[in-house]
Every structure is written in structure tokens, then in C-alpha cells.
Design a binder for this molecule. Structure first.
Ligand code: NOJ
Ligand code: MG
Length: 553
């Protein structure tokens, strides 16, 4: 096929993902090449040199497939084509070709739990009769109640309301998300074959990996049993996400799907990988998604959810490392994504939130394993809290009031006024408006300013790439050694295998007073300037620093 030339950066480095830094591109909000207010594939291609210079290894692109965009593209109508607002397949090929030339890998999002209601399969299913092969690709059921007027069970949509919608002939179909996102029936072999073919379609086009949407959701418990608690009785089922058992999530048979996918990935050269967006009751159950015969990575959402304290981070780091080490995989750290309020705001917003977010970046980037960055965190962007309601697009907003739009505002690239160079010159708007206060946060405004968050990320990413103590070799999982530290402080070392190479010490001060850091070696990067007391260096409050020192012993 025409894309055969898009070879991955290095066919020999099959373990690239073990210590990679992956940059999440929310395609609609990254860069707009044609001035329609929406980010697109050519916009990404134009900005690839920025990402190479930032020092990341790979990009994860959120869905760009043909879609009615009810859920920002997580409602796919054609898994083998690009939505016209993002470009076309030739643009995709050009983008991945340029990325590979620059040494950047490309991970694409795959959405196997549900399709769009505009997908030909669902259109056919609606036109067909109950019990037909067309309906068997989804989860159609008769309702309960005398005339089938009640949903088949008590399951609730993640976006609020019942997870069932009734069709004109009286049957109901399951949608764990929006009614425009019908759930597929993964007990039907035709569905499995179709997705294996879709994986091959994108692998043939040169993609280096997949981010698997709702990776814990494809198999539902036999018989679709009730959960037994609902929002109506004050116990929303979503409260169990990642904490309890649900008959529609994390069923044991879901692992059969990944055991079938892994040989497909392994049959391609260059270390093609997959990362799970999976929610499970415990870290132990989450770890079952990763390992040599299933997926390569699963996001540690406990790390994202950790509150700003040494204890909270210490605990989630220890648990995540222990679980992933058992299955022989490195851990996958993440602080923000397109579904959560940005961490600057979660950590306190304003100057305090930004200080903490900068410290958290140094913490995450010093940990063993792979780190995912969400576009704009390198600029220290806060959540946009004051979007006018009429502009909000998140389907969850209409049903629950909860909104994910505030972290999806287009990136500020340059200039003094919105949309800050997001589109071509003269383009005055973007699909969501950027705040009028963002001029100083743009890429251009921060570039070259050593105090900026962008330059902090650049410095840390370049050290991370070059430093032997921060690289995981071959099939390793990486490890850290905690150092004794006073309450409210985390300190650990990373050590290279190579004898004689210096170790790296990361220290984070969560406490409410500056701490002495004289014993840790030479500071090589810090999230805030180190102070001095009695001639000794001090790490201020809500700050982190990396130090280098000879390996002891
Ligand atoms: C998780 C995605 O990250 C989110 O944006 C989406 O709404 C749901 N899955 C449904 O596909
Ligand atoms: Mg555009």
C-alpha cells in the first residue's frame, strides 16, 4: 500500500514504550490548518517540530474518524476513514510520514466498546427485525414490565440517565454512554473479526500503537443482571467506577479479546503497542490488562486522582509499581487528559495550582515507566471554568451538568488575542473560545523564558531522555529507591544499571515550609528557584527538584 514507506523510527527498539513520554493530542484543539476553527491533521503535521523540540517520543491522537461528533469523535461512524473536519487519509499518511521522519511515533485511539448510531451497522440494526443478525451486533433486548415499557435492567449511563433507549418496534438497545453510542455485542464473533481487521488497517498504515477506549467495557456479564443500586435511590452506579464490581465492566472474558489482539500487534515490526483506558475495582485487577500476552500499558488513574500530599502520592506510586512489576510491565503515569479538569486547577488553581503542577511534572517524569502528557500541560494551562453554557459540547453536560469542555479549549500558540495563532493568520475564532487572559501562556510567549512552564518541561524532558538513570533498558520495568525524608516530603533515587554512572535524586516538597536539600547532590532542574539558608540550598514549598550525585557504594 502507499504507506509502506512510513517505517517506525527504529525497528530494533521494540521496547521504546517502556520509558517513553507520550503527548496526548486532542485533535480538535491542537492546531487548525484551514481556519475552520477546528484542529486537524495538517495542523498537527505543521506543529510536529514543536513536539520534537519539546522532547517527547510519541503522540496519542484522540479519535479523528468519521463521526457525527456527539461525543467529540468517540462516536465512530467509519473506523477506516478520517472525518472531513480533520482531513483525509492522504493527510493522515503525510502526517505519520513526517512524524516518523522526525523520530516521533503515532498512537491512535480505537473505540471498540460502542459505535456511533450513524455507523452502517447500527442503521442496519434499526431497520432489521428483533432477533436478526443485524441486531445481534449490538445489545438489543425486550423491555420489562407488562408491555416491555421498562428498560431491560437497571444499568445507568456513565453520562447520566438509563443506559437503555427504546426503538420504535418496542425493543431497547444498550448504550453505556450517550444514546448516540450503542454498545457492540462482543460475544458475537463478527464484531471480533471486524475489529481485528480495523487494527490491521491502521497497523498497515504505520501506526505505532493504540489507545483503547473503555478497554474494560466490551464484555457484559451473562444475562445482563441488575446492579441493584441506582441514582434514584441515591447511589449512582458511576460511584463504583474504579472502586467496585459492575456487571458491565471488567468482566474476566474481556481478557480473551486482548489475548487475541496481542499476536496481531506482535506480528508487525518495530514494537507496536497498546495502552488501556481501563477502570477496575483494584490495582490488582487493573494490572491484569497488562503483560506479555495482553496489553503493554494501562493508565494509572490513581496517580491522576492523587490529592496534593506526600502520603497520597507515596501510596499510589508504591501500589502501581508493585502491581506492574508483578506482571513484568512498567507503570504508565498520567496527570491530566481530555476527561478530567486540568491538574493546575485540581491542585488549587491560580499561582498555587501552577506551582504544584510544575512540581508534579518533575515528580512524574522522574518515575520509572512511561508518562503521558496532555496537550497544554507543558504551558501550565488551567481548566477554563467560565465557558458559556451554550457553547459547551460535552454530551455529559446536558445529562449531568458535569463538563469536560474546560480542558478541551484550543491551545494558545502565539499573539495577543484569541484564538492565539490556533488557526492560520486572520482566523478569528475556534470551536471553543480561549480566555482573553491566555496571551502570556502561549507557546511563543513562553519560549526562551527560563522561568516558564514550557521551558521547565523542555529541560526536564531533555534530561530524562539523556540521563542513564531515567531510561529503562530492554525488557525492564524500572525501579526507584525511597530515601528517608521528613513528613510531607518525598525523595527517591533512580539508578542506572551501568556502574559508575551518576544517580538521579528527585525531591518533592509537599510540606508547608522550605526544606534543606544539601545532601542530595547538584541540582540539575527545579520547578521553583532553590532558596538559601545559612549557606545551604533550600527547596521551597510546593516545589520539586532533580539532583545528580555519584552512585553510593
Ligand atoms: C473515554 C473517553 O476518554 C471519553 O472522552 C469518552 O467520552 C468515553 N470513553 C466514551 O467513549
Ligand atoms: Mg481545521
Amino acid at each position: 500500500m502507499s504507506t509502506a514507506s512510513t517505517a517506525p523510527p527504529s525497528d530494533t527498539d521494540a521496547n521504546w514504550w517502556r520509558s517513553a513520554v507520550v503527548y496526548q493530542v486532542y485533535v480538535r484543539s491542537f492546531a487548525d490548518s484551514d481556519g475552520d476553527g477546528s484542529g486537524d491533521l495538517n495542523g498537527i503535521r505543521d506543529r510536529l517540530p514543536y513536539l520534537r523540540d519539546l522532547g517527547v517520543d510519541a503522540l496519542w491522537l484522540t479519535p479523528f474518524y468519521r463521526s457525527p461528533m456527539v461525543d467529540g469523535g468517540y462516536d465512530v461512524a467509519d473506523y477506516r476513514d478520517i472525518d472531513p473536519i480533520f482531513g483525509n487519509l492522504a493527510d493522515f499518511d503525510a502526517m505519520i510520514g513526517t512524524a516518523h521522519t522526525l523520530g516521533l511515533r503515532i498512537i491512535v485511539d480505537i473505540v471498540p466498546n460502542h459505535t456511533s448510531d450513524a455507523h452502517p451497522w447500527f442503521v442496519e440494526a434499526l431497520a432489521a427485525a428483533p432477533g436478526s443478525v443485524e441486531r445481534e451486533r449490538y445489545l438489543f433486548r425486550d423491555g420489562r414490565g407488562e408491555n416491555g415499557e421498562l428498560p431491560p435492567n437497571d444499568w445507568e449511563s456513565i453520562f447520566g440517565g438509563p443506559a437503555w433507549t427504546r426503538v420504535p418496534d418496542g425493543q431497547w438497545y444498550l448504550h453505556l454512554f450517550d444514546p448516540a453510542q450503542p454498545d457492540l455485542n462482543w460475544r458475537n464473533p463478527e464484531v471480533r473479526t471486524e475489529f481485528e481487521d480495523i487494527l490491521r488497517f491502521w497497523l498497515d498504515r504505520g501506526v505505532d500503537g493504540f489507545r483503547i477506549d473503555v478497554a474494560h467495557g466490551m464484555i457484559k456479564a451473562e444475562g445482563l443482571p441488575d446492579v441493584g443500586r441506582t441514582s434514584a435511590d441515591g447511589s449512582p452506579q458511576i460511584a463504583l467506577l474504579g472502586r467496585g464490581r459492575l456487571p458491565y465492566f471488567d468482566q474476566d472474558e474481556v481478557h480473551d479479546i486482548y489475548r487475541a489482539w496481542r499476536p496481531i500487534l506482535d506480528s508487525y515490526p518495530g514494537g507496536r503497542m497498546a495502552v488501556a483506558e481501563a477502570w477496575a475495582e483494584t490495582p490488582q485487577r487493573l494490572a491484569r490488562y497488562i503483560g506479555p500476552d495482553e496489553l503493554h500499558q494501562a493508565f494509572s488513574f490513581d496517580f491522576l486522582d492523587a490529592t496534593w500530599s506526600a502520603d497520597s502520592f507515596h501510596k499510589v506510586i508504591d501500589t502501581a509499581l508493585a502491581e506492574s512489576t508483578i506482571v513484568g510491565a512498567p507503570t504508565t503515569w498520567v496527570l491530566s487528559n481530555h476527561d478530567k479538569p486540568r491538574h493546575v486547577t485540581r491542585y488549587g488553581d491560580g499561582p498555587v495550582g501552577l506551582r504544584r503542577a510544575r512540581a508534579a511534572a518533575l515528580l512524574m517524569l522522574a518515575l520509572p515507566g512511561c508518562a503521558y502528557l496532555y496537550q497544554g500541560e507543558e504551558l501550565g494551562l488551567p481548566e477554563v471554568l467560565d465557558l458559556p453554557d451554550e457553547l459547551r459540547q460535552d454530551p455529559a453536560f446536558l445529562r449531568t451538568g458535569q463538563t469536560r469542555d474546560g480542558c478541551r479549549v484550543p491551545l494558545p500558540w502565539s499573539g495577543d488575542l484569541p484564538p492565539y495563532g490556533f488557526g492560520p493568520q486572520g482566523c478569528e475564532s475556534s470551536w471553543l473560545p480561549a480566555p482573553t487572559t491566555w496571551a502570556k501562556l502561549s507557546v511563543a510567549a513562553q519560549t526562551g523564558d527560563p522561568a516558564s512552564t514550557l521551558e521547565l518541561y523542555r529541560a526536564a524532558l531533555h534530561i530524562r531522555r539523556a540521563h542513564p538513570a531515567l531510561t529503562i533498558e530492554d525488557t525492564g520495568t524500572g525501579s526507584l529507591t525511597w530515601l528517608p525524608a521528613e513528613p510531607g516530603v518525598l525523595a527517591f533515587t533512580r539508578t542506572a544499571d551501568a556502574p559508575g554512572s551518576p544517580e538521579l535524586v528527585c525531591v518533592v516538597n509537599f510540606s508547608d515550609a522550605p526544606i534543606q536539600v544539601a545532601g542530595y547532590g547538584n541540582s540539575i532542574v527545579a520547578s521553583a528557584p532553590l532558596g538559601q539558608q545559612d549557606g545551604e540550598p533550600m527547596l521551597p514549598v510546593d516545589a520539586a527538584a532533580w539532583f545528580e550525585r555519584p552512585q553510593l557504594g
